[in-house]
Design a binder for this molecule. Structure first.
Ligand code: SAH
Length: 235
């Protein structure tokens, strides 16, 4: 398979079209801003971000990448949305954060930088590609032996449909319409299988709950909608 095959072009166009809104804390990407402290905490508690380089797959405008770089990790953010990367670079420059951004896919990067990264993050991205298991495999290749990998995505069931598509996109207008496609949501058991197939050990799966009214986020063991996963590449 060509690496490019795992890019859903209309998805990338969608993110590029909204790129200028990326760092507006009250704009289209508000939920990503609101959940970022909780996911950074989750990552920081489970890996030593300063122990080695980090790659953030599908980094978009760089909300998570920049926070990991600020926490002391040499960070590379990659994405296929060039305009989003442009916004990410400009924001890092203005914030004085040293960070590298590249327009590429996980699969392409794995061709020449396999085994380089102590930490691999891939948040809210797997539900936007055509073959998530291939992305997971590329992430596993990019990790150092003993490295930590973090993924977050959305479960697929009637509740997640009502909450994430009907509720978030049509009733509360928290996300632009068309942000998510139900058929691309991934059950935790399916993601766990893809992680194991890629040779990774699954260490934790936690639910990630965002309350749009209070704009707060908390983690618990209810994985029925959004969830976050910690996996490790055997040493
Ligand atoms: N991870 C970021 C952004 C999530 S939005 C965060 O959580 O803050 C999803 C991002 O994945 C978008 O920026 C989109 O352009 C990117 N993306 C989708 N398919 C991709 C692919 N095949 N390769 C690289 N990036 C991709």
């Amino acid at each position: 398979m060509q690496p490019e095959a795992n890019v859903d072009a209309p998805e990338i166009e969608k993110f590029d079209a909204l790129a200028h809104r990326w760092w507006d804390p009250n704009g289209d990407f508000k939920p990503l801003h609101d959940i970022n402290p909780a996911r950074l905490d989750y990552i920081s508690q489970r890996t030593d971000l300063s122990a080695g380089p980090t790659v953030d797959i599908g980094c978009g405008g760089g909300i998570l990448s920049e926070s990991m770089a600020s926490a002391g990790s040499a960070t590379l953010g990659i994405d296929m949305a060039g305009k989003a990367l442009g916004v990410a670079k400009l924001h890092a420059l203005e914030a004085g954060v040293d960070i590298e951004y590249l327009e590429t896919t996980a699969e392409q990067l794995a061709h020449n930088r396999a085994g380089e990264f102590r930490t691999v993050t891939c948040m809210e991205m797997l539900e936007h590609v055509t073959a998530y298991a291939d992305t997971v495999k590329a992430c596993a290749e990019l990790a150092q032996p003993g490295g930590d990998l973090f993924f977050s995505t959305i479960n697929r069931n009637p509740k997640s449909y009502v909450m994430l598509i009907l509720g978030a996109e049509y009733v509360l207008n928290i996300l632009p319409r068309g942000t998510h496609e139900y058929s691309k949501f991934i059950k935790p058991s399916e993601l766990a299988q893809a992680l194991r197939d890629a040779g990774l050990d699954v260490l934790d799966i936690s639910g990630l709950h965002y309350n749009p009214l209070t704009r707060s986020c908390r983690l618990n063991n209810d994985t029925s909608t959004n969830y976050i996963v910690h996996a490790r590449k055997p040493a």
